[in-house]
Write a protein that binds this ligand. Structure first.
Ligand code: FHN
Length: 459
């Protein structure tokens, strides 16, 4: 029996904690089926969840060996170039020898994110290509040991984030195109020159040891953002990730750290935030978001152009107006937006990204209070826009409305309606079931007309 087949058989026979898939003799932890796990978040975790709901805006960074190739030759997913061009792992490894992003300046990145109004940062510590962008003792296939750069950007980012008050989250791909033990393979990574055997349990142990390093060596972090589960969605390995084991270990290392898994499914026990990819929660234009919205805090991840990693040819950057509207539309659904940028192989942020970040920061400087710390408002999303709310105040975000009167179905008494941008009072008329607001015309550069409604007492 091949060792890979033995592993699968052993895994498929698991009952409670009784089976140890140690065919290769590697360290193996007891396995508890995910479905039997219960999870009670710690008090500090619940506080962190509220913080996350208040944060409303984060930055996502996709940066790795693939950034060197600038996405040339692939369709829209630069970080997928190893898979898409069928580059063997042994050849792809050479990219590490050329990776020397000497202009990387963690402080400059985090300062730019902070100025843009972001409250947290998610950075790729290992993408599907399997290369660790941090100093790992688990494998020398990492940025410190395998590149001429020899620095640990994750440590530098952790320090900069601490200095600037930004929470740091780690992106980590469970899917791996480099490890021979990521076997049986799922939907991707079939042409990277690996043999037809591997030990799944050894791979999971490798993954969990790297995750433990991240949760041990970089101080208190915001959390973990997993990706790649979906690679096995239609295989026999679908339920063999031992998520409960991974989550339990990480929650015990850092109880306040939030675990997010971009599996595109309904949340599992042990997860703290539900994320939605490139669609507003409740929408599914891209095909990722088939699961409904659960009870956890929610997030939407979006790109600035069409790519996650750096692309030399992708100039389809969304306008700052579009991205602000996405942020507002997310907030109106109670979600936090994490906006991606793909830094260049020299270590610098793309100039287009910096420009967008500046514009978002300028907007948030003026309109921030209608977004930060709010929850979804009393009026669900409408064709004209959304509402958000915080203590005693409803923010009406008028995104698409040409007329000078707008009916808003808020039956509660309202003391005052003002325009957020200049504090000017607006007329309002109580009508059946709500209030009719008098709007002033939209200015040409006004991306969101925000009306501040101060609620009166019910009695
Ligand atoms: O395949 C990845 C992709 O490269 C990128 O990392 C995004 C981010 O949400 N997640 C995966 C696709 O679901």
């Amino acid at each position: 029996m091949s060792r890979s087949f033995a592993s699968v058989v052993c895994l498929s026979l698991l009952v409670g904690n009784s089976c140890r898939a140690d065919v290769q003799g590697g360290p193996v932890a007891a396995v508890v089926p995910d479905s039997q796990d219960t999870y009670v978040p710690s008090e500090s975790n619940l506080v962190a969840r509220r913080w996350f709901q208040d944060a409303k805006f984060g930055i996502f960074v996709h940066w790795g060996l693939y950034s060197e190739l600038g996405g040339v030759g692939t369709s829209g997913l630069p970080e997928w170039i190893m898979n898409d061009l069928k580059i063997p792992a042994a050849k792809y490894e050479r990219l590490a020898q050329f990776f020397n992003p000497v202009q990387f300046d963690a402080d400059a990145w985090v300062s730019a994110f902070k100025k843009a109004g972001a409250r947290y940062l998610i950075v790729t510590t290992k993408h599907h290509d399997g290369f660790a962008m941090f100093h790992s003792g688990v494998s020398p296939y990492n940025i410190v040991d395998a590149t001429p750069f020899k620095r640990d950007p994750i440590r530098e980012l952790a320090d900069a984030c601490r200095k600037h008050g930004i929470k740091l989250f780690f992106y980590y791909s469970q899917l791996d195109w480099h490890s021979p033990d990521y076997f049986p393979r799922g939907a991707t990574g079939h042409f990277t020159g690996r043999g037809e055997s591997g030990n799944w349990q050894t791979y999971l142990d490798y993954q969990d040891r790297q995750l433990a390093e991240l949760f041990t060596n970089y101080g208190a972090v915001g959390g973990l953002w997993l990706d790649g589960w979906w690679d096995q969605e239609r295989t026999a390995m679908r339920d063999q990730w031992q998520l409960a084991r991974t989550y339990r270990s990480l929650h015990s290392l850092q109880p306040a750290a939030l675990i997010i898994n971009n599996h595109h499914q309904a949340p599992n026990p042990g997860e703290d935030v539900q994320t939605f990819e490139q669609d507003l929660p409740g929408q599914n234009t891209k095909g990722f978001n088939r699961a409904g919205i659960g009870a956890l805090p929610i997030e939407m991840a979006e790109t600035m152009n069409q790519s996650w990693g750096f692309s030399l040819t992708d100039d389809k950057f969304k306008s700052s107006e579009t991205l602000i509207r996405t942020l507002v539309n997310a907030a109106g659904r109670g979600a936090t937006l994490v906006l991606n940028t793909g830094p260049m192989p020299n270590g610098r942020l793309q100039p287009e990204s910096l420009h967008i970040l500046d514009e978002i920061g300028a907007w948030l400087n003026v309109y921030g209070r209608s977004v930060y710390g709010t929850r979804a408002g009393p009026v669900p999303p409408r064709p004209w826009g959304v509402t958000t709310q915080s203590e005693g105040i409803v923010y009406v975000h008028v995104l698409d409305w040409a007329d000078d009167r707008l009916f808003v179905p808020i039956p509660r008494p309202i003391r005052r309606a003002t325009s957020l941008v200049d504090g000017a009072p607006l007329t309002m008329r109580r009508v059946q079931g709500g209030v009719e607001l008098g709007l002033r015309p939209r200015q040409s550069n006004e991306w969101d007309r925000v009306v501040v409604l101060e609620l009166g007492s019910e009695h």
